[in-house]
Structure formats: structure tokens, C-alpha cells
Write a protein that binds this ligand. Structure first.
Ligand code: ADP
Ligand code: MG
Length: 587
């Protein structure tokens, strides 16, 4: 059909789609572009890059192509052929649906696209630079789409400066290709860097594809997993525990063929491996989950790598038992442990029984730090302290059976005794972790509260600082800053994150801008850099008396964090001594 299929989303639908930054680096552009090719039904996708995508990313696909009358529309924000109404958001099977990738890429690069539908005689060429159409013409072309993205971030130097070495950026590109290639084995992928072939994946089965990407050793150590319940269908492979490594084992979850990051589900897999892995080592897995599209929400994050599950607790239990079952039938579970609490054992066979809501052997409303909740002293109102998984985590870690007793030592450490454990927390490091996760969360959800300043603060900046500010302004806004740029060298601060003492706002901001300009200090993303910077800046010091409520609050909020064990700078947050260790030292 030659007719146009792309429609502009009604404003209302567009607004429901959380806004956000999609393109952080060449790999994110590659991801979006090859997702488009897969959505267009391509069976062959060729990816060519120069300078790890910094100067050129060229994708050639044999998909359905774009009609001449649609091609300009495809580059407008919220223009998509994949959904039309709010209702469609619950039925998403395509990779894309937000209609913002091409618009985002086109706003920070020079684009040349040639596309032809098989039903049309001619193809269309379109050149766009910084979002503006420079050229459009009809020409003879192959069926499918070829898109070249040149000089990514040419008009956003800060973002360009955030890029890492070619080697690192190339690794990230390949990682994006793997994620899509594992989920779509029927598609052939070829990757070239500066003309030389980096990856060649023919159409294959999942197992074959895994071998082609990760090598024969991995293939020989795959255990198949399989289960089919009313809640979800789970398939794929886990790695035998004997080839577990401390780091670097592949861990892939796919939900309806979309790669996702899911710490919650990862935890379920770790649980299934419990007792089988040497300390600190990580299992490897490639797990495919098929689930009804109205039971998940993929629209919670701009890059769509995070998903909300309606029945997450059930899914957790099913996944854990599926993996356990596979490890079990391959006779690699440890001999029965008679000391184990039988309530915690999960039945192997879920297959033939209708799934029931799992009974969690803990009271999820029980909060061991209850008395700390009287007052929100340290302003952590956003911490998810009632998350059942988190509570389970803490009890895993601490083996809590009694109320903790807590005190402060040297104005620096918070010491808690739980039952058979003694935990000594560095308060500054703990607070860094808490603030970091809070800022990251604000970054994602756009939701941290801002304190309006009664008297706006005027600040003079260098031109370079103002330019840097323009590029990180959005990220600052998400965590509570409200800034008005008056001209090239002066700004007005109207609001700031609640936690910041008013007298320190302008100095902190200036320091942050200097750090933004200083390429050597760059971390992964602008959002991360800001969160790390402010977490370090605003964390309470190691020379501060805390009252009992504050101490409790700190412990409570720390263990509600996802990575409570380390600071954003990879420093240890606490040490733990259990009774056994103490006995060994003192008996
Ligand atoms: P989304 O993928 O969310 O719809 P994009 O900005 O990535 O948004 O793409 C906009 C539209 O352009 C798509 O909906 C699709 O119709 C069209 N499109 C983009 N890339 C291709 C391609 N490689 N082949 C065919 N159509 C494409
Ligand atoms: Mg897309």
C-alpha cells in the first residue's frame, strides 16, 4: 500500500508519554535506529560506524520503508505509525511507540535518509540538519531504509564531551546490537567499524546466536529453562553455576522480546542459585518472558528498558521456581539442607498447577525501624521503604529477628546491633548513597520537590558556564532547580532542591558548571554526574552529631536503597560482623 501510515499523536496521548532524554551517546542512537528497522519488519540490518559512531552511524535495512508523504513527519516529535490512542499503550508489541527517537536524533545531528516502499517506483531522499529540512528529492533506491547520522552532538558540545574513548563507545554499540540480536534471531546483523567487520550474525536459533556472540564455551554450559503459567511464559537459558564469574557474566532479560533491566527479577534468579555459587560470583542467564501486554507498563522510562509488572510478586515466585527447577533437574542443587526453614522452600513444579499468590514468609508492613518514622528529619520522603523486596533484602542481609538497637560513635559511625549481627555504618557514605539514589529517581520521574526562593539569586557566569548550563538545564530541573537564563553571562536562580542550604546554592551551582565543563571529571551520563556531585556535596559529614531519630532514619533509608552496600564512588558503606566472626576473634 502506498498510502501514508504515520499520524501525529493527539496532544493528550503525547502528554501521557513520559518525556525524557533518549539519545545520550552513539549507542543510544544505534539502539533506536535498529529498533526502527526491526519494527519495520527488516530481516537484514547492516550497521556501519566511524569513530565509534561519533562521526557516522549508517544503518541499512530491508524493512517496509517509509512513504514519501510520511518521511518528514517521521522526524517530528510524537509522530509515530505504531500507536494512535491511549488504549494502544496497553497493547504494545513494537519496540518503538513514543515517536521521539528520529526527532531527537535529528535535533543533534546531520541526517540523510533514503527510503523506499516496495509498492513505490522511486524512493525518497531527505537531508535534515539540526532539525531543519535541507533537501528532499525522489530517486531510484533499494527497497527499505538507509539512514546516515553524521556528526552526532555537533551542536551540543557538552554532550559530545561526555563521550568516552572510541573503544568504550564501540563496546556500548555492540552491547545494544547483542540485546536486539538475541531477541530477534531471525534477523541477520552485520556491524562494520571503519570498513572492517566487527560482527556477523546470520539468521539462527537462540542457542546458535548465543554461541555466535559469546562463544562455544558458553553454549556448552547452557541449561534450558521453561515454564508456562497463566501469568507468564518463561523460556531461555541459565548458565551452569560452575562457569559463574565474579563479574562479566551475561545477564539478559527480555519481556515480549524487549531487553529490559530488572533488578527485581534478577534477585529472583540469584535466589534460585542460592548455595550454588561461590561467594560474590554472578550467575549468567538469557531469560525470555512472555506476558500479556496489558499486564505490563513499558512507558515508565524514555529508553523503555524498564518495565512495571502488574503481578510482580507472582512473577518473582514463578521465575525463581522455574530457574530452580532447571538447576534441580540437572542435579546441581546442593543436597537437602535439613536446617532450612521448610516454609521457604519453593515447589519445583508450577507447570501443572494454577498459580497461587505466593505467601511471603515476612510481614511486608513490618518495619524493623518503625520508631524512626515519626519525623522525616533528613528529608527522604521519596524512599521506597515499604517495598517488600527491599525489606526481604534487609532481612536477608541482617537476619533480623529483633528490633535493632542503634547508636552513634565518634560523630561518624552509626552502629546497629541486630540479633546476631553488628553493623557499623559510615554516616557520610550512607548519606551519599541515599542522596544519589534520590536524585537519580528525580531524574527519571521528574518529581523532586523544589523550594521556591523568596528572593531570586542573581549570579554572574562566564559565557562558557552559561553554555554548559543550557545543556544541563533540563537535568537540573528534574531534581528541583529552577533557573532563568537572563543573558550570556547572568542567570537568576528561582528555586533549588529542598535539601540545599540557601546560602550554598549559587556556589554549588557554579562548581557544578565548572565540573561539567571539565571533561576529565565526566562519568557516564549528565544525570549521573549531577547526582554524584550533589550527593557528595550535600551528604552530612563525618563530624556531625545525629539524634536518635536521625540515626534510625539513616539506617532505614540506607537499606531501602538499591545498592546500599557502596557509595556512588564505589566505597564501602558499612561493615558487618556476625556472631561467628566475633566468636572466632574472641574465643
Ligand atoms: P517510533 O519508533 O516510536 O514510532 P521514531 O521516531 O523512532 O518513533 O520513528 C518515527 C516513525 O518513522 C516510525 O513510527 C515509523 O513509521 C517510521 N520509521 C522510522 N524508521 C523506520 C525504518 N527504518 N523503516 C520504516 N519506517 C521507519
Ligand atoms: Mg523508534
Amino acid at each position: 500500500m502506498a498510502g501514508g501510515v504515520i499520524f501525529r499523536l493527539p496532544q493528550q496521548v503525547a502528554n501521557q508519554i513520559a518525556a525524557g532524554e533518549v539519545i545520550q551517546r552513539p549507542a543510544s542512537a544505534v539502539k533506536e535506529l535498529i529498533e526502527n528497522s526491526v519494527d519495520a519488519g527488516a530481516t537484514e540490518i547492516k550497521i556501519q560506524v566511524k569513530d565509534a559512531g561519533k562521526t557516522l552511524i549508517k544503518i541499512v535495512d530491508n524493512g517496509e520503508g517509509i512513504a514519501p508523504q510520511d518521511i518528514e513527519l517521521a522526524f517530528q516529535r510524537h509522530a509515530t505509525s505504531k500507536i494512535k490512542t491511549t488504549d494502544d499503550l496497553t497493547k504494545i508489541m513494537t519496540k518503538g511507540f513514543r515517536g521521539e527517537a528520529l526527532a531527537s536524533i535529528a535535533s543533534v545531528a546531520q541526517i540523510e535518509i533514503i527510503s523506499k516502499k516496495s509498492t513505490n517506483q522511486l524512493g525518497t531522499l531527505l537531508c535534515i540538519e539540526g532539525g531543519e529540512v535541507k533537501r528532499k528529492e525522489q530517486l531510484a533506491a533499494q527497497n527499505g531504509t538507509t539512514i546516515s547520522v553524521k556528526n552526532l552532538f555537533f551542536n551540543t558540545p557538552v554532550r559530545r564531551n561526555f563521550l568516552k574513548t572510541n573503544q568504550t563507545e564501540l563496546r556500548r554499540i555492540l552491547e545494544e546490537v547483542y540485546r536486539l540480536a538475541i531477541a530477534h534471531c531471525y534477523v541477520r546483523f552485520d556491524v562494520f567499524d571503519q570498513g572492517s567487520e566487527l560482527l556477523h550474525l546470520t539468521k539462527a536459533t537462540v542457542k546458535h546466536r548465543l554461541r555466535n556472540i559469546f562463544g562455544t564455551k558458553l553454549r556448552d554450559n547452557l541449561l534450558e529453562i521453561n515454564s508456562d503459567t497463566q501469568i507468564a511464559k518463561i523460556s531461555g537459558y541459565v548458565l551452569k553455576p560452575n562457569i559463574s564469574k565474579q563479574r562479566g557474566n551475561p545477564q539478559y532479560f527480555f519481556v515480549n522480546n524487549r531487553f529490559i533491566i530488572a533488578p527485581y527479577l534478577r534477585h529472583a534468579v540469584l535466589e534460585a542459585y542460592q548455595g550454588l555459587l561461590p561467594e560474590k560470583s554472578q550467575p549468567g542467564y538469557f531469560i525470555f518472558i512472555e506476558i500479556a501486554t496489558d499486564k505490563i507498563d513499558v512507558n515508565i522510562h524514555p529508553t523503555k528498558t524498564e518495565i512495571k509488572f502488574e503481578e510482580s510478586e507472582n512473577l518473582y515466585a514463578i521465575l525463581k521456581s522455574t530457574v530452580k527447577h532447571s538447576l534441580g533437574i540437572h542435579r546441581i542443587t546442593p543436597p537437602l539442607d535439613f536446617n532450612q526453614n521448610p516454609d521457604l522452600r519453593v515447589p519445583y513444579e508450577y507447570k501443572d498447577k494454577p498459580p497461587t499468590r505466593p505467601t511471603v514468609p515476612i510481614d511486608t508492613n513490618y518495619n524493623p525501624f518503625e520508631d524512626a518514622r515519626q519525623k522525616n528529619v533528613l528529608d527522604f520522603q521519596n524512599t521506597p521503604s515499604n517495598n517488600p523486596l527491599k525489606i526481604e533484602n534487609i532481612s536477608d542481609l541482617l537476619d533480623i529477628k529483633a528490633q535493632p538497637s542503634i547508636f552513634q560513635l565518634f560523630s561518624k559511625y552509626i552502629v546497629c546491633g541486630f540479633d546476631n549481627n553488628l553493623i557499623i555504618i559510615n554516616q557520610n557514605r550512607a548519606h551519599q548513597r541515599i542522596l544519589f539514589e534520590k536524585f537519580k529517581k528525580g531524574n527519571k520521574t521528574n518529581s523532586l520537590p523544589s523550594q521556591q526562593l523568596i528572593f531570586p539569586i542573581f549570579v554572574s557566569l562566564s559565557i562558557q558556564q552559561t553554555n554548559a548550563l543550557k545543556e544541563i538545564e533540563d537535568d537540573l530541573k528534574k531534581i528541583g532547580f529552577r533557573i532563568k537564563i537572563v543573558n550570556k553571562t547572568s542567570i537568576q536562580i528561582l528555586g533549588a532542591p529542598q535539601i540545599c542550604p540557601t546560602e550554598k546554592i549559587s556556589a554549588t551551582l557554579e562548581e557544578l558548571l565548572d565540573q561539567t565543563i571539565d571533561v576529565s571529571s565526566h562519568t557516564d551520563t549528565i544525570g549521573d554526574m549531577i547526582a554524584k556531585f550533589l550527593a557528595r556535596k550535600w551528604a552530612i559529614t563525618n563530624n556531625q552529631l545525629l539524634n536518635h531519630v536521625e540515626q534510625n532514619e539513616m539506617v532505614n533509608n540506607l537499606f531501602a536503597c538499591q545498592d546500599y552496600g557502596i557509595t556512588p564512588f564505589n566505597k564501602k558503606v558499612f561493615i558487618r560482623l556476625d556472631k561467628g566472626a566475633l566468636n572466632r576473634k574472641l574465643e
